[in-house]
Design a protein around this ligand. Sequence first.
Ligand SMILES: [Zn+2]
Length: 272
Amino acid sequence: MPELPEVETTRRWLVAHLPGARISAVTLVDRRVVERPAPEAFLRGLVGRAFTTLRRRGKYLLCDLDDGHHLIVHRRMTGNLLLREPGAPADDHTAAVLQLEDGRELRFCDRRRLGRLWLATPAEAAALDARLGPEPLAPEFTSTELARRLAGRRGQLKPLLLDQRVVAGLGNIYVDEALFAAGLHPCRAAETLTAEEVGRLHAAIQAVLEQGLRNEGTTFSDYRGAVGQPGRNQLLVEVFRKDGQPCARCGTTIVKTRVGGRGTHYCAVCQR
Ligand SMILES: [Zn+2]
């Protein structure tokens, strides 16, 4: 489940190794991987183009091309973007291969086949940017801004934090971790939060994301970085997939339930 730290870890590697590389051919192993335009136009638009830089917005990776278009990668549940050296062995679950003129390959591999590639115009990339909420690690994302975005929102905290229009880049792992760090119950009604609790939640969101970044992402099953390496943050999580184990703070057994249709882990004593 690549979230902000996983996508950013991939971006940091690729931005050091991909700009300047030119695409010589594209192979679609599974044409469903193309979100838009149609596969033929997608292929025509990519071949011959060079990468200029790489940016991230929420969980989206934007690969900027030298004609002003953007290859947008949305990994969803199990998608990985791998940069392989010439002659590297095939990867499992490869859905698309971008061959580079220098012999390397950029491969999109995705076990569950939900991830998508999208060749976007500048206007489409701007529209994507506009419909996403703030970047949680940007200076503009203050505690006051989080309070403003939660104000008047009815509903439980966890689904609101998963809503990419409220804040961009959080998914199931880091929301569970942030709510534990803030001592807030995932089902808590957002409108009942005090300013002090919003402040704790804001600090917790930033802390869990920064820890994820320092440890190059969380790998429970499929997530890999740009050269196939797993993250290390799974060793440090406090509640995610820890159901049945004692809470590190109070010793109570961590429980798993479903909130808004998503598997949710929390400590019933520490989180109110
Ligand atoms: Zn506890």
